[in-house]
Design a protein around this ligand. Structure first.
Ligand code: HEC
Length: 431
């Protein structure tokens, strides 16, 4: 069993590595082509290039060579023998991401997907919600694009935004915050790959087929593909942030995590819009400024709040979090005393804290784990000795008291009272 979990850890690492590599290749190529499209300029009228049917070109220098890409309005007069397509980057990113969903979430659904304080789902129900989200997301998005709304870019964008935030809201009422976030990210990623697989590549194929038959290609395919390609462009930044947010419990464990996710998406779109305009030669700092302002507002809005019952200086200590504990309450002696009193009033003593941690955390967080499915201490955090608990006091408080993201999926059934006891011990100086 332990060996199996260890093997799954390796699989996790290797598939994650692959996912990053293919994702970089895909998004990198996509950024490059968007930049290219926005940066090319038409050749002089009547020049040889213009006569050849080139609608735009540019010069670039990279890696010691000069490059001169040229874009043809619809198609070149003759189809080249060797045409590059750029599709496997997208497919491989989705396939490796889908595999990761199984390795990280579906194989370990009770720890990674289910939060009994949110909804008491079975493992199969949780997995069903996850997979259903991907399918539903693509179906709704594709239908919207094909509906009359698909003609109105701005309105479609707004409707999609509302749909995604609403999906996030529903998911946070069914799954753990972490699983809700990753499934919103995976849903948007699925829309992006769906665009490549169902619209962009088939559109290009029709273009090429028409040329092979000596017909002039119907520009509608190019137009449809272009629309989806623009959507993908705006999806990129939000998706990337959602994917890495999984390692930042402050985002997904918040009680308004769905709203926060909406703000993150809005910020990502605004920042992306700035770059798109800039490649066109227009600089509009208002967009990224608004994006950054949104992120700052979010950071302030979700900053740790003082615990209501603690003494005033203890509140400062709690708010100060890790810094306060490290600094040993420098310049805050009176407060430390007050905090100690507050702690004592809550009955905080180290033996109790160690008993709680041993019962609720150590099955995963120890040199020798005993929790099935966890081969090594997650995130390298070990809590099996008194010294380790004191060393990790700030982290323990952060994860188990402030964010309540630990124990993961509350698999070890910690009680609210036990969380409060840890919090009181920490507020009193974590001695
Ligand atoms: C069932 C297994 C399990 C139990 C029980 C558990 N954890 Fe964790 N813990 C994890 C996993 C998995 C991660 C890694 C999360 C990630 O990848 O972001 C983790 C990560 C952490 C981290 C590092 C977070 C970071 O971002 O640096 C801390 C601190 C932590 N846990 C504390 C605790 C405490 C305190 C308890 C008990 C109250 C506890 N854990 C119980 C599985 C567990």
């Amino acid at each position: 069993m332990e060996l199996l979990a260890y093997g799954v850890d390796w699989l996790n690492l290797l598939v994650r590595w692959l996912h990053l590599i293919t994702g970089i290749a895909w998004i990198g190529a996509s950024f490059y082509f968007v930049w290219l499209d926005n940066s090319i300029r038409p050749p002089k009228p009547g020049s040889d290039l213009a006569k050849k049917g080139v609608s735009g070109e540019l010069w670039a220098v990279h890696g010691g060579g000069f490059y001169n890409p040229q874009k043809y309005l619809v198609s070149p007069a003759e189809l080249p023998a060797d045409l590059h397509w750029f599709k496997w980057e997208a497919y491989a990113t989705w396939l490796s991401g889908f595999a990761l969903l199984f390795i990280v979430y579906y194989f370990n659904a009770s720890a990674m997907m289910i939060d009994k304080s949110v909804a008491d789902l079975s493992q199969w129900q949780a997995i069903g919600v996850g997979l259903g989200t991907l399918l539903l997301g693509w179906t709704v998005y594709d239908l919207l694009c094909r509906s009359p709304l698909g003609q109105k870019d701005g309105l479609l964008g707004m409707v999609m935004f509302v749909f995604i935030v609403a999906t996030a809201f529903v998911l946070t009422k069914l799954l753990s915050g972490r699983a809700a976030y990753i499934h919103v990210g995976a849903m948007i990623g699925t829309m992006m790959v769906g665009n490549v697989l169902m619209l962009i590549i088939p559109g290009q194929r029709k273009l090429v087929e028409a040329m092979e038959q000596g017909k002039s290609p119907d520009p509608i395919h190019g137009k449809k593909a272009k629309q989806r390609s623009v959507h993908n462009n705006y999806f990129t930044l939000p998706v990337l942030l959602i994917m890495i947010s999984n390692h930042y419990a402050m985002t997904y464990s918040h009680s308004y995590s769905w709203l926060l996710l909406g703000a993150i998406i809005a910020a990502g779109v605004l920042i992306r819009h700035f770059f798109n305009l800039r490649h066109h030669g227009r600089t509009a700092w208002g967009f990224p400024a608004a994006g950054v302002a949104i992120l700052l507002a979010v950071a302030v809005a979700i900053a740790p709040r003082p615990v209501a019952k603690a003494a005033p200086m203890a509140q400062a200590v709690i708010a100060g979090g890790a810094a306060a504990i490290g600094a040993g309450h420098a310049g805050c002696n009176g407060g430390a005393d007050a905090a100690a009193t507050a702690g004592a009033a809550h009955g905080a003593d180290f033996n109790r804290v160690q008993a709680i941690v041993t019962q609720r955390c150590v099955s995963c967080h120890a040199a020798q784990t005993t929790q099935p499915g966890f081969a090594t201490a997650p995130a390298g955090v070990m809590l099996h000795t008194a010294e380790l608990i004191r060393q990790n006091a700030a982290k323990i408080n952060q994860q188990a008291v402030v964010l309540k993201s630990m124990p993961i999926g509350n698999m070890t059934n910690i009680t609210p009272e036990e969380r409060a006891e840890i919090g009181a011990w920490f507020a009193a100086g974590a001695n």
